[in-house]
Design a binder for this molecule. Structure first.
Ligand SMILES: [Cu+2]
Length: 180
């Protein structure tokens, strides 16, 4: 009797492991090539790839949704974000906005001057590109958000931290969650 319940316990643990492993396997990895850093000119160059994978019906940046990826840039550095639409179907765009709940369903004023792509609402078509350049300031938490109506609110956003303490730009995995 005792042995049987122990066996069931062991079996239960095995089943949990068996289901957990594929879920972890699907976790998008950070590609170090996405971020390049020029300390001399204090420039952070980031490849922002809309619809990199099929996650969330391709409503993702670099394979991440709902804030699962955070781009950290030290305050005062130059940000150069090369946006590319990898989604073969839908248009996408990107803008830096303040964290807010609920998330807007249309483009809003960017939280940092010049931190937005062309055609925010209509989006850039498949294979479309744009480079946005801005100075990372003031310090704080921001979202990099797709402005095509409904996309950002459906999870198409990652985080940007303009940091007063970080010494260098970085890409961090962060828990998915509410914008604010
Ligand atoms: Cu989009």
């Amino acid at each position: 009797m005792k042995g049987a319940s122990m066996f069931r316990f062991a079996l239960g643990s095995l089943l949990i492991c068996a289901t957990a492993v594929p879920a972890l396997g699907q976790q998008q990895r950070v590609d170090p090539a996405w971020l390049s850093v020029d300390p001399g000119t204090k420039t952070a160059r980031f490849q922002l790839i809309a619809g990199l994978t099929g996650l969330n019906g391709a409503l993702n940046f670099n394979g991440f949704r709902d804030g699962q990826l955070t781009l950290v840039i030290p305050v005062g550095w130059k940000a150069e974000i090369a946006f590319r639409n990898h989604d073969g179907m839908l248009p996408h765009s990107a803008e830096v906005i303040s964290p807010q709940t609920p998330l807007p369903t249309q483009p809003v004023s960017p939280a940092i001057p010049r931190a937005f792509t062309l055609n925010l609402a209509a989006g850039l078509p498949p294979r479309g590109t744009d480079v946005i350049r801005f100075i990372a300031q003031p310090p704080g938490e921001y979202l990099i958000f797709c402005g095509v109506p409904g996309h950002g609110a459906a999870g198409m956003w990652i985080r940007l931290r303009v940091s007063a303490t970080a010494q260098a730009p970085a890409l961090l995995l962060t828990p998915s969650g509410k914008a604010k």
